[in-house]
Design a protein around this ligand. Structure first.
Ligand code: FAD
Ligand code: NAG
Ligand code: NAG
Length: 549
């Protein structure tokens, strides 16, 4: 009898319980009401900028900027809702309403985060997707531009080139990268040796803060303006637009690409390159890509160069500083700066310049995992040989490894001028990528991630130490992450100082000032350090610590 009652109870309770869990994964009504109220003051309704799972376009909006197939699986955690603001008031409303409903927010511009941190979380969350906020206005007289965060760098390059053949902007290579994440995290590209990072060329910004207010450079103050130029925006607020400084490029630049295999002396050339590339004229970028040979065994090294000048002069420089590469006149191609952007982005020669603003990658999407390093002292020849052997092993996955030289302008900027600390003594940056096109039951993922971790282990003695540096824009969760409830500064320091060295503390103190309750939290956000405030308070309150935050 009792059994029967229990059974009936269970029958009643189990479905009820299920209903409860599924309804708790819906976006709270309070949030919808709040948004409806706040957005109704403008001429669009809240519902038309919000996508929930039952909207038929929810998945296509979510997947639109996910290029890493690793995060395009049914098991990837999905947001309760995606908000796609059409103007800044929608951003302000989303921040205010998320805060009111205790909902976590993930901010996405171009979605290129290497760990998907702009659109994935294990906790219930809402995506603020800035994809539709993407106007660009260029002022060549003033050498500046206002660019909204949802614009891609490809669109920016395109519109600069439409306006002027002698202006450019120093940012990354892949044209579908979003301005929002890229500029706030640094931004390394072909003009780095002449003009530094994208973040080094910011004049002003508009940010929606934790109170839902729009601040500019003046009203945000020097600390916050410092933090968002390399410290990552998403710990501090939502950057809706950047004012950037346009830089000069000559109407004609020169490009070359030379590919070498092991037999053609690739390893000797890489070894020698380490002593040369960072010291060359700052108008000359000379980088290396080590990659698997498509459809052939082994790997090859491609020496690629962008020179802000003409063939004759480039040849002369290379003859003097790197005769081993054997650069011939016919290897050099003269073109406009925008054409060089297409070249390095991986487009075929002759492709229309319009392609770069299409928000479509020239290369097909795949699964990938990235890691980064900084090299301060040339890697010994024997180690390079072993590195090459590992990467060309028959069992090695598809690799794409970039060696990006620093020097030039990077030497002139101090470690603390912006949060991005990797400056003067860096010979070059390494981006390690493993790629795969299929993944049966997660097997390739496991295998390839293990492989890249071993390669990274192997490189330990030859790269920066104390701590081993990493590039913020090449996000790597293996370094560490915040716990959902434990976001202590001392714990986060272990991974935070790898990205920011001593600047991590200043970032945490600024975070403590602008967002002490940590509303803008995510898996690798800067934790608030309120030590500063406590000290101030302690002084004022004569040690009545309980009165202090
Ligand atoms: C294929 C590929 C090629 C790349 N090539 C380069 C390269 O050449 N050079 C280089 O330096 N990097 C490169 N990167 C890395 C890239 O710079 C970073 O991933 C960058 O953060 C991407 O910006 P996003 O807006 O596209 O990314 P998102 O994924 O949208 O955002 C990245 C981070 O920034 C935050 N964020 C985004 N928008 C905002 C905003 N408006 N306000 C506040 N926070 C925001 C997000 O929350 C997240 O934490 C590449 C990445 C990929 C996948
Ligand atoms: C999502 O679905 C709801 C209910 O059907 C609808 O009112 C709303 O307009 C849809 N949202 C979008 C952005 O299409
Ligand atoms: C709101 O209406 C104004 C005037 O009609 C228009 O210029 C603006 O683009 C509209 N805003 C949105 C987000 O549709």
């Amino acid at each position: 009898m009792l059994n029967k009652i229990l059974k009936t109870l269970l029958l009643i309770y189990i479905p009820f319980h299920l209903i409860l869990t599924s309804s708790s994964s819906l976006v709270p009504q309070s949030f919808i009401h709040c948004l409806a109220q706040k957005v109704s003051s403008s001429n669009v309704s809240a519902l038309s900028v919000m996508y929930v799972p039952k909207n038929s376009s929810y998945m296509s909006i979510l997947d639109y900027t996910i290029h890493n197939l690793r995060f395009l699986t049914p098991n990837t955690p999905k947001p309760l809702a995606i908000i796609t603001p059409l103007d800044y008031s929608h951003v302000q409303a989303t921040v205010k309403c998320c805060k009111k409903s205790g909902l976590q927010i993930r901010i996405r511009s171009g979605g290129h985060d290497y760990e998907g941190m702009s659109y994935i979380s294990e906790v219930p969350f809402v995506i603020l997707d800035l994809n539709k906020l993407r106007s660009i206005s260029i002022d060549t007289e003033d050498n500046s531009a206002w660019v909204e965060s949802g614009a891609t760098i490809g669109e920016l390059y395109y519109w600069i080139a439409q306006k002027s053949p002698i202006h450019g902007f120093p940012a990354g290579l892949c044209p579908t990268i979003g301005i929002g994440g890229h500029v706030s995290g640094g931004g390394v590209g072909n003009l780095i040796r002449t003009y530094g990072l994208a973040a080094d060329n910011v004049i002003d910004a508009h940010i929606v803060d934790v109170h839902g207010q729009i601040l500019d450079r003046k009203s945000m103050g020097t600390d916050l303006f410092w933090a968002i130029r390399g410290g990552g925006g998403a710990s501090f607020g939502v950057i809706v637009a950047w004012k950037i400084k346009l830089v000069r490029v000559p109407p004609i630049v020169t490009v070359f690409k030379l590919t070498k295999t092991m037999k053609e002396g690739a390893v000797d050339l890489i070894y020698k390159w380490q002593y040369v590339a960072h010291k060359l004229s700052e108008d000359l970028l000379f980088r290396i890509t080590i990659s698997s040979r498509i459809g052939m065994p082994g790997i090859e090294a491609t020496f690629g160069s962008l020179f802000l000048g003409r063939t004759n002069q480039l040849q002369k420089i290379m003859q003097e500083s790197f005769p081993e590469i054997g650069l011939r006149k016919e290897d050099c191609i003269e073109m406009s700066w925008i054409e060089s952007v297409l070249q390095f982005a991986g487009y075929q020669r002759g492709e229309s310049i319009d392609s770069i603003k299409n928000r479509i990658n020239p290369l097909p999407d795949g699964y990938f995992k990235g890691k980064s390093d900084l090299v301060h002292k040339a890697v010994p020849f024997e180690a390079l040989k072993e590195f090459w052997k590992r990467c060309s092993d028959a069992n090695a996955p598809i690799i794409h490894i970039e060696l990006h030289p620093y020097g030039g302008r990077m030497n002139e900027i101090s470690e603390s001028e912006t949060p991005y600390p990797h400056r003067k003594d860096v010979l070059y940056e390494i981006l390690y990528l493993v790629l795969w096109m299929k993944d049966k039951n997660g097997e390739s993922t496991q295998k390839n991630i293990n492989w890249i971790k071993e390669l990274y282990e192997f490189m330990t003695p030859y790269v920066s130490k104390g701590p081993r540096g990493a590039i913020w824009n090449i996000r790597d969760l293996d370094l560490g992450a915040n716990g959902a409830s434990d976001t202590s500064y001392s714990k986060a320091k272990a991974w935070g100082s790898r990205y920011f060295k001593n600047n991590f503390k200043r970032l945490a103190v600024i975070k403590g000032e602008v967002d002490p309750k940590n509303f803008f939290y995510y898996e690798q956000s800067i934790p608030p350090l309120v030590l500063h405030a406590k000290r101030k308070c302690r002084r004022a309150n004569f040690n009545f610590l309980d009165k202090c935050p």
